[in-house]
Write a protein that binds this ligand. Structure first.
Ligand code: DC
Length: 221
């Protein structure tokens, strides 16, 4: 079975950056599971499907033709990389992600990503539900204010509009929903390396994670 490293944490904790850097270093595949929920939220809003209609959303999830290619996210062949990064798509994602039927519908797709030589998967429940047998589990956190500042910078760099104060409020609201939902809530899985990245650079976080990978899989790095 392909080795797996999971990186879970709230929005803006830096897990996406760390996961893709790590996958690059190891030459492994990278799964951005949040993009799947974002794609579903985005598709649902476009198709006029209510964000609490579990049955229709699960059907829509199974119908989506998703491809990650050269840094782009394609939905039914269309490049939606930017469209799914908006705060609106993030909020829609968080709503549909609270439904068990939706999570179940996206499980097979996610597990199929575990291919040789290995997978780095980032999200909320990668180490707890989707890949409980992962060799290395990491939980990345940071204060809500710092995460809002990072998101603000990312959005502005992408040419999207943003407001720092409303980002803090939205991040708090989303955290609350992700941490308190009944299925697969956001929490550190047992045995995870827990890193608070509030005052750390990407390089410093990467160093801590690589040290854990080296400890557990000494032949890799
Ligand atoms: O990581 P992100 O901000 O792109 O994720 C968007 C939303 O998707 C987030 O609010 C919660 C949900 N999500 C989830 O429930 N489980 C995952 N494994 C990944 C994301």
């Amino acid at each position: 079975m392909a080795p797996i490293i999971t990186i879970d944490g709230p929005s803006g904790s830096g897990k996406g950056t760390i996961a893709s850097r790590l996958a690059g270093i190891l030459g492994w595949r990278c799964l951005d599971s949040g993009a799947l929920y974002r794609l579903l939220g985005y598709s649902a809003e476009r198709a006029g499907v209510d964000l609490d209609n579990a049955q229709q959303l699960a059907r829509l999830a199974l119908k989506m033709d998703i491809e990650f290619r050269e840094g782009l996210v394609l939905l039914n062949g269309e490049d939606v990389s930017l469209a799914i990064r908006t705060e609106q798509a993030g909020n829609a994602a968080s709503k549909v992600a609270a439904l068990p039927e939706v999570r179940e519908a996206l499980l097979t797709w996610q597990r199929a990503c575990a291919v040789e030589p290995g997978l780095v998967a980032d999200g909320r429940d990668m180490g707890s539900v989707v890949f409980p047998r992962a060799e290395v589990k990491v939980f990345l956190d940071a204060s809500a204010e710092e995460r809002a500042r990072r998101r603000y910078k990312q959005l502005i760099e992408k040419g999207l509009s943003a407001n720092l104060q409303s980002l803090v409020a939205e991040i708090r609201e989303r955290d609350d929903r992700d941490r308190n939902r009944s299925v697969a809530p956001l929490k550190a899985p047992d045995g995870a390396l827990i890193v608070d990245s509030t005052a750390l650079s990407i390089e410093e976080v990467l160093e801590l994670v690589l040290a854990r990978v080296h400890e557990t899989l000494p032949n890799l790095v």
